[in-house]
Design a protein around this ligand. Structure first.
Ligand code: CP
Ligand code: NVA
Length: 299
């Protein structure tokens, strides 16, 4: 059977995403604690960037499914001494049953997957963060009871999280308004395929009006270039989720943030600690959804 990768949200159909969310809910309920689909299997986790949630949730998830997680940094592997990705991927495939990769350019993950004979799961690239969005969809479904027709407002940088959120919203029939400063909109390649239910605006109030969910991410991402960081400091000040912006959304609006958060920048302390915030449920759901993804892909 041909191996399958999970590099972007589009690698799963809406039906498969719905099945993943159901399975993740079963994992969360504890009813599957005896299921060990990864028994006797080792899963590599190749990280070029730092991580708290992705690393821990995958390591714990692989262990809970009966497998062995192997955390490997780019710096501690021969990749740092110039061993080609193509060789590394083929060698990894001889030992491992699956690979999670967190890296910079999306092409690195794509090349790794092209040369790997076992499933490759994207644990974040500069332009996509699909595992995050599966957990976010689970969180929204838990809080709102459904996904279809839910209105999300994403405020801030049109980065990896925003790109994957657009793809997730499109797959699951949700409305998404993205408010980003000029020059920091989501990737044109992703927007070009977006249906009318995805809108991009510059005023955060326009996006937040009547929203069921408000979502933000850091202004500065891992891998941002020095010159971009300086430019962002001045352009992002108005793109903060605070009490005022929250007042434009529905009263029961769910506030999401993939974390790590910078209180006082993209979100205020009062909002992230307030009654609308679901950020720690969202972080927990990384564990349950990643187990569902691992189980679906690794045979
Ligand atoms: N949200 C997320 O991916 O967090 P980490 O960078 O800590 O893995
Ligand atoms: N956009 C952020 C997400 C971190 C989980 C980054 O890439 O650093």
């Amino acid at each position: 059977m041909k191996k399958r990768d999970f590099l972007t949200i589009r690698d799963f159909t809406p039906t498969e995403i719905a099945a993943l969310l159901e399975r993740a809910a079963e994992f969360k309920s504890g009813m599957t604690s005896g299921d060990k689909p990864l028994f006797g299997k080792s899963v590599g986790m190749l990280f070029y960037k730092t991580s708290t949630r992705t690393r821990i949730s995958f390591e714990v998830g692989i262990y809970q499914l009966g497998g062995q997680p192997l955390y490997i940094t780019q710096g501690q592997s021969q990749l740092s001494r110039g061993e080609p990705i193509a060789d590394t991927a083929r060698v990894f495939s001889r030992y491992l049953s699956g690979i999670v990769i967190r890296t910079f350019e999306h092409n690195i993950a794509a090349e790794f997957a092209a040369y790997s004979s076992v499933p490759v799961i994207n644990g974040l690239t500069d332009t996509h963060h699909p595992c995050q969005i599966i957990a976010d969809l689970m969180t929204i479904k838990e809080k709102k009871g459904r996904l279809e027709g839910i209105k999300i407002a994403y405020i801030g940088d049109g980065n990896n999280v925003a790109n994957s959120l657009i793809e997730g919203a499109l797959q699951m029939g949700m409305d998404l308004a993205v408010a980003s400063p000029e020059g920091y909109e989501p990737s044109p390649g992703i927007l070009k395929d977006a249906a009318s239910r995805i809108t991009v605006v510059t005023d955060p109030k326009d996006a937040a009006a009547g929203a069921d969910c408000l979502y933000t991410d850091v202004w500065i991402s891992m891998g941002d270039k020095e010159e971009e960081i300086a430019d962002k400091q001045s352009k992002f000040a108005a793109y903060q989720i605070n009490g005022k912006l929250l007042s434009y959304a529905k009263p029961d609006c769910t506030v999401l943030h993939c974390l790590p958060a910078h209180r006082g920048q993209e979100i205020t302390d009062a909002v992230i600690e307030g009654p609308n915030s679901a950020v720690f449920d969202q972080a927990e759901n990384r564990l349950h959804t990643q187990k569902a993804v691992l189980e679906m892909l690794i045979k």
